[in-house]
Design a protein around this ligand. Structure first.
Ligand SMILES: Cc1cc2nc3c(=O)[nH]c(=O)nc-3n(C[C@H](O)[C@H](O)[C@H](O)COP(=O)(O)OP(=O)(O)OC[C@H]3O[C@@H](n4cnc5c(N)ncnc54)[C@H](O)[C@@H]3O)c2cc1C
Length: 352
């Protein structure tokens, strides 16, 4: 059994191994690979894994702190590792005991690494990724528009719609092979080293043993409603990274308005984080508008902090080696990741 990991250990790892190399991780796939390997070596890749499969079953409030600090250390690294952490959390809720026994014990050390690809379930209209039952197995056809972790994760948890509107979730390859075509990694403005691809399936057969679960029609909309505030932690982490840059500029240039700008933004970031923390474990329907507002607030304060980091760094912010422009680019992804219609509407309404 792996040593039990703690939040303190995870935070020390982020500070000592990730934050110091954030610029390199942003630009180099090898640096990203090294950081991920180090996280695997420390057994930190399955923080939400239940005790029965090795733990540490990190309490939700601690896990949220980890998410904030991961995005503060490096947005690209946070984004890559969170795909696998999400797969762990989702697979832990599977009824397929054999699958859980096969995967979960090996997911903290990275012996098994699994991405996720189910954002296509959010799209209205004809499903673009379909599954059909055949003789107890499932045949997959269609397109996954986003899957992060190519070349790091050999497999991913796919979401595909069944003819009756339910969604099948199964572990499938993230490597081209008969019936599976993985695209070249996308050229992206931000987080390119996390290697995001599209995947096309053509009559690919998934055996029942790889099926994690089948969810009722509308599951993703309900899940997005329940979890609407959760992604906000990444925005807060990105805002904190921007504050770190502003603080450095404040200490370097003795200008009163940098002191007051930092203080004013910090109060708002603290408030946004407190607001999100207040909703940990809250999933009621009545609280949805308030939780949505908290997510939108986190996105908005992140956007303002990211631009403030650029302004306070002046021309140097344009160097590819400068953290301010990296953080601004990372804020692009955290503006839209797991975006739903209401999140888009709220984000735009704050900007307009
Ligand atoms: C760099 C990057 C990496 C990513 N990696 C992953 C990954 O690894 N795994 C993963 O699952 N996802 C991933 N995503 C997807 C991400 O979560 C999506 O950006 C998000 O789900 C929004 O979907 P979309 O960008 O495809 O936009 P859209 O399909 O346009 O959807 C945006 C929202 O608007 C709503 N909407 C769209 N059209 C309409 C309409 N006509 N009427 C009403 N509502 C509408 C949709 O329901 C959805 O909620 C990644 C995204 C990026 C940018």
């Amino acid at each position: 059994m792996e040593d039990r990991v703690t939040l303190a250990q995870a935070l020390a790892f982020l500070r000592e191994t990730v934050a110091l190399r954030a610029q390199e991780i942003d630009q180099s796939i090898d640096a990203m690979r090294d950081a991920l390997a180090a996280m695997c070596d420390q057994g930190l890749m399955a923080l939400k894994r239940p005790e029965a499969y090795g733990g540490p079953d990190m309490p939700e409030s601690e896990f949220r702190v980890f998410q904030v600090e991961s995005a503060r250390a490096s947005g690209a690294f946070a984004f890559l590792q969170t795909q696998h952490q999400s797969a762990v959390a989702l697979m832990s809720r599977s009824d397929n005991e054999d699958l859980k026994r096969e995967y979960l014990p090996k997911m903290a050390s990275g012996e098994r690494l699994v991405g996720i690809g189910f954002s296509q379930l959010r799209r209205p209209g004809e499903p673009i990724m379909r599954a059909e039952e055949r003789d107890g197995s499932y045949v997959l056809n269609g397109h996954v528009p986003w899957c992060t972790g190519f070349s790091f994760y050999p497999e991913f948890l796919i979401g595909a719609q069944l003819p009756d509107g339910r969604a099948l979730f199964a572990v499938v390859p993230l490597v081209s092979q008969p019936g599976v075509v993985v695209s070249e990694p996308m050229k992206l403005a931000a987080m390119e080293t996390a290697q995001t691809v599209t995947i096309d399936f053509d009559n690919f057969v998934v055996p029942a043993e790889k099926v994690a679960f089948i969810r009722e029609p509308g599951w993703i909309q309900n899940n997005d409603r329940i979890n609407v505030a959760l992604q906000g932690q990444f925005a807060v982490g990105c805002a904190r990274a921007a504050l770190d840059v502003i603080a450095e500029n404040r200490d370097r240039r003795s200008t009163e308005f940098l002191v007051s700008s930092y203080e004013a933004l910090k109060v708002q970031v603290d408030r946004a984080q407190d607001l999100l923390e207040g909703f940990v474990g809250v999933t009621s329907e009545e609280s949805t508008p308030a939780r949505l507002a908290a997510r939108v607030e986190a996105i908005n304060v992140m956007q303002r902090c990211a631009f403030a980091a650029v302004a306070s760094s002046s021309g140097a912010a344009n160097y590819l080696s400068h953290p301010a422009q990296r953080i601004l680019r990372e804020s692009l992804v955290f503006t839209v990741s797991a975006q739903t219609g209401p999140v888009m509407e709220g984000t735009l309404s704050r900007l307009t």
